[in-house]
Design a protein around this ligand. Structure first.
Ligand code: NAD
Length: 429
């Protein structure tokens, strides 16, 4: 089946040895204490609004019926509809989906877009599914959670192992049930059917923007600043390309199979072309091959983890030489590494700020779908720049006010915003 792997992204693990929800909550608790959050609100924000578990029967190509398990968690919708991706992976758990849904709540609040947080997942190995099986699985999962979904209630997007094509099936299934086309029920769609220009590049672009802000804040020159990027997929390759265009020197990049390093700088466009034909980076002739572990400890100004979770841990945080870490991936730094990085004086732009460019342009997509009026790419990028730069400055201001690192500042800003809306709305009892 030639199409079998066309929608598949590499398998990833979630937060390794850490308990995902509690790892997220350890940072939440710190910020809640700083804010002196009242007990009642603390309890409300510590618990997801709704959690759905569905059984998904799928007719396989063999004629057998398989039953998969799917989740959707709507963590908080006080600021607007739930927003968050759907991931297909073998190791998806309800606990993981809950943690990711909470993260989405804080991320949307950090960049001040009118969404709450949600996340979904299906326990499956997409590498084992044909394209037909994947479509049937997607449609049945969508039907199973359809009461939650809707432009005003919960708006999914792609995540690990899901993509534009899968979002098109989600949109079509929802629209068939509602007897008319509802583009705004999902974001990250193909541009031809209501997707936004600039969405594919948005997360990498956001990373580039906050990296520039970080260096400017620290008084470090951009010209020639050396960057190592872990992960050369959507986020990593776009960020590397845009950073290079801004004058940074990309000294190393990696993918699942290993990395390449050239202290004089790599040509990102040339590497993208190499990856198109050779699939993996190692073997690229104009650089030496390194491991992913070596990449993390390279002598450079900026480290951009843009692959998977939990790569910077208490075990290797001490070896990191970069002055600035920009978290393109979700959860690349385990809670146990925070203190070590703080002690070393490493400036960390946390995931809920650094990679929020994606959800910001998802918000633009939702706005465009609802108004039926589409923006040109320059408008999308200008508005994205505005939001990312302001959000960075706002988090920085909070970090100075409370004398905390950027991660705790981002949580503090987000929780404060969500809590403020809860207080204004009051409790429906
Ligand atoms: P992707 O699948 O396009 O790329 C992932 C890259 O990581 C690939 O180059 C892959 O080879 C590499 N990789 C996989 N396992 C690895 C390993 N063990 N070691 C080193 N590299 C490895 O994914 P993406 O969309 O670029 O997402 C990357 C991260 O960014 C994820 O954590 C994702 O949740 C997060 N993120 C993505 C978006 C988005 O809009 N795409 C938005 C916010 C956050």
């Amino acid at each position: 089946m030639t199409e079998r792997t066309s929608v598949i992204r590499p398998e990833r693990q979630f937060l390794g040895d850490e308990h995902p929800f509690e790892a997220m909550m350890s940072r939440f608790d710190y910020a809640a204490q700083l804010l002196n959050l009242d007990r009642g609100l603390y309890k409300v924000l510590r618990n997801p609004d709704r959690q759905i578990i569905v059984s998904i029967p799928v007719l396989m190509d063999s004629g057998e019926v398989e039953v998969f398990t799917g989740y959707r968690v709507l963590y908080n919708n006080s600021r607007g509809p739930g927003k968050g991706g759907i991931r297909f992976a073998k190791n998806v758990t309800l606990d993981e989906v809950k943690a990711l849904a909470a993260w989405m709540t804080w991320k949307c609040a950090v960049v001040n877009i009118p969404f709450g947080g949600a996340k979904g997942g299906v326990v499956c190995d997409p590498n084992d599914l044909s394209i037909g099986e994947l479509e049937r699985l997607t449609r049945r999962y969508t039907a199973g959670i359809i009461e939650l979904l809707g432009p005003d209630t919960d708006v999914p997007a792609p995540d690990v192992n899901t993509n534009e094509r899968i979002m098109a099936w989600v949109m079509d299934t929802y629209s068939m049930h509602h007897r008319h086309t509802v583009t705004a029920v999902v974001t990250g769609k193909p541009v031809e059917m209501g997707g936004s220009l600039g969405r594919r590049e948005a997360t990498g672009r956001g990373c580039m923007l906050v990296t520039k802000e970080a260096l400017e804040h620290l008084g470090m020159p951009i010209k020639g600043a050396r960057v190592a990027v872990q992960g050369f997929g959507n986020v990593g390759s776009v960020a590397a390309d845009l950073l290079q265009k801004e004058g940074f020197t990309i000294v190393a990049v990696s993918d699942v199979s290993g990395g390449v390093y050239n202290p004089k700088g790599l040509d990102v466009r040339d590497l993208i072309a190499w990856r198109e034909t050779n699939r993996y980076l190692p073997g690229y002739p104009k650089a030496e091959t390194i491991t992913n572990e070596q990449l993390l400890s390279l002598d450079c100004e900026v480290l951009l983890p843009a692959a998977l979770e939990n790569v910077i841990t208490a075990r290797n945080a001490g070896d990191i030489a970069a002055k600035v870490i920009v978290e393109g991936a979700n959860g690349p730094t385990a809670a146990g590494a925070d203190e070590i990085l703080d002690r070393k004086g490493t400036f960390v732009v946390p995931d809920i700020l650094a990679n929020a460019g994606g959800v910001t342009v998802s918000y633009f997509e939702w706005v465009q779908d609802r108004s039926g009026y589409f923006w040109d790419e320059e408008t999308v990028n200008r508005r994205l720049t505005n939001i990312m730069v302001h959000s960075f400055q706002h988090v920085l201001e909070v970090s100075k006010r409370y004398n905390v690192n950027m991660r705790i500042a981002a949580y503090t800003l987000a929780i404060d915003r969500v809590a403020a809306v809860h207080r204004l709305r009051g409790m429906y009892a």
